[in-house]
Each structure stands twice: as C-alpha cells, then as structure tokens.
Design a protein around this ligand. Sequence first.
Ligand code: NM2
Ligand code: OGA
Ligand code: ZN
Length: 380
Amino acid sequence: MSLFKSVKVINSGKAILLSRKYKTPLRYHSTWLRDNALDSKTRDKKNGQRLISISDIPVTTYIKSASLSKKGKEIIINFLPKKKQVKFSSSWLEKHAYDKKQSNSKVWIDPDLKTWTKASLKNIPIINYKKTKSNKKSFHKWLKSLHCYGFAKMVGCEKKSGTVIKIAKLFGYVRETNYGKWFDVKSKTNAVNLAYTNLALKAHTDNPYRDPVPTIQILHCLKSSTKGGDSKVVDGFKAALRLKKENKKYFSLLSKYCSRFEFKIKKNVHLKSRFPIINLSSDSELIAIHFNNRSIAPITDIPYRDMDDYYKAYRKFSSIIDDPKMSVNFKLNPGDCFILDNTRVLHARTAYLAVGSRWLQGCYADKDGLLSTISTLSKS
Ligand code: NM2
Ligand code: OGA
Ligand code: ZN
C-alpha cells in the first residue's frame, strides 16, 4: 500500500485526484465516492449492507473540498449540495481503484487462475480427507489450488455411501437436481443417462442442459475392480485459448453463437438450455465452457452462411480437447475423489468391462460457496 501525497478537487468538484509516491495518480468521481461512503448512515453497522440507493444521491453531487489527514492515511471529503462529510482510508481507496488501464477488447481470464496442460500440471493438488479437518492451513491452500486449476483430488475418504455429501459440505452447499442430492455412477440396465453404463464418456462438462449449470462436480470412488474406467481431465480454458491462437475465426464462432443442449427422461424431466460453447462475458472474460457430445441438441441459432464454419470450429475445438497433450490421466481408487470446476474443466472416462465392479458417487455444488470459504479462511 502506498500513502497518498496530495489530494486535488478536479472537474469543478465532479472528481478528486490523489497523487501517490512512485505510482500513477488515481481519480474517483463524486457520485462514486458518495455511493461508497462507509459511515453508519450509508452502510448498516452490523451487516455492512448499503442503506441508501442511487436515488438518494442528488445528480448534482459535487465535492466542495477534500483533504488528507493522518499523514496521508485518510482522506476527508465534503459533499454538496446535500451537505455530507465522509472519510476514507487510503488503503480502502487504493484497494478499490478503478482508474487504471483496462483491456476491454482482449480475451482474458481471472488473474487468480492458472491454465494447464499435461506437461504443465506437474502436481495435481491433493489432500487427505483427515487433513481437511486437522490442518486448516493445508485445507485452505488446497481449496485455493482447486480454484486456481479448476481441479483437485482428495484421498483417504471413507468408502461409505453418502460420503460425497460430507466432502461437499467441507467447503460448500450441495446442489440438488433431478439426479438427487447425490447419485450413483454405476452400470445399470435401462440407464437413464449414458454415464450409468460401462461405455466410455468423452471429455465433457456436466449438465450443460441446465441453466444455471452446476458449477462444481464431485466424484467419489467406492469400488473399482474392473478393467478400464480410467479418468481424464482437460482444462477447457487452456483448450479455448489454444483454439484462439490456432484459429481466431473458429474461436469467435464458438463464442459468438449459442449452441443448444437438451436432456429428457420420459415424461418426468425435460431440461433445455442455450449457451455458447465458449462463454465470454460482455467485457471478454472467459467465463465458461459448455461441452458435451451426448447432450448437444440440434443447433438452430447459427445462420445458414456460418453453419458450415461453425461445425468446422466445433470439430477443431473437439480435437484440441481430445489431444493427449492436453489431458491429465489417472485412475480413481476406492476412497479417492476428484472435484472439478464444471464451468472450466472437462472430465472423461474410458470404457470398462462388465467383470468386477465399479461404483462412484457424485454430487453437484457451487463455486460461490467455495470462493466464500476460501475468502473467510483467509481472514481466520
Ligand atoms: N449424471 C452422472 O451431464 C451429464 O449428463 C453427465 C450426469 C447422470 C448425474 C452425467
Ligand atoms: C459423470 C461422469 C465419469 C466416470 O458421472 O458425470 O462423467 O468416471 N462419470 O464414471
Ligand atoms: Zn460427467
């Protein structure tokens, strides 16, 4: 944190300019400052929620005067025409600075994330179930890695049915769906989903036919004595960035147009969604991959003139995802589980023989809970 050297009211009171030692100055608008005041009339003391709304701030709000105190550690601002004095700490203002270069047109990812391939993900983040309870520091570190790589393993879990729920509750909340609070991934007759057979599953994200999609998936292994059924994960963000590098036009087709996804179980369940395969936010942040060959529905949102190229782009993205250089392969043993960011990391399994038994249990949860736990553990 750098201390502020001086404060100047600029633009007829519509903003202030704070100069810093060795760093570029920062500007803040009068309405922004008034809206973000931290006093007890603006924010509730107990819960920190804002008590005012935008309509309580006159459109003519300006800064009459601003000064530094506590050797530059604090800024005092006087507003008019509604008379109001507000104090900010310089560290708070610096932390919430917005007067900086923004690369709005470039595709970008959250700076907390690291993309990976087989070669670069040397060590899969791994923790023993017992350690999640006994060592908060290791648990916190592992959760941060799960967020950073979108993938992590846990070993030493109980081999009891329902354990997957206990695992989810370590950091978040279970998302119940038509598959239940949790589900058995076993080979069954008359399977309602191809996941419940012994067939191979190509790399996919789960439930793209649901809106919103579950953002975390957990798969926990209870039995694994069959030949085959090996696991594989692929960083979908890395694959998308590689597609962009290798063919810009293909990347823009998959991010511009929406695909459709659908899943039906007789008369009980009919889920439908519409997402781009590569989902960007309006300011070009890479936010999600939706990819599942079993559940992609007839695509009807691409004009005739682009459909041929769209399919070429889809094929190319699929071949990048299937490239063995992209994937990390492993076998789940009883007591192991893996956790995925289902908006980013794709998972796959090889086919397995009917001889012996293979039993996984899965459940969904959401990333907001994970991020909240990471954040609160940072402060404890
Ligand atoms: N199961 C395992 O998204 C999918 O359809 C993959 C999901 C059935 C909950 C399988
Ligand atoms: C799933 C799935 C993988 C496996 O259930 O969604 O992808 O290894 N299963 O069975
Ligand atoms: Zn799956």
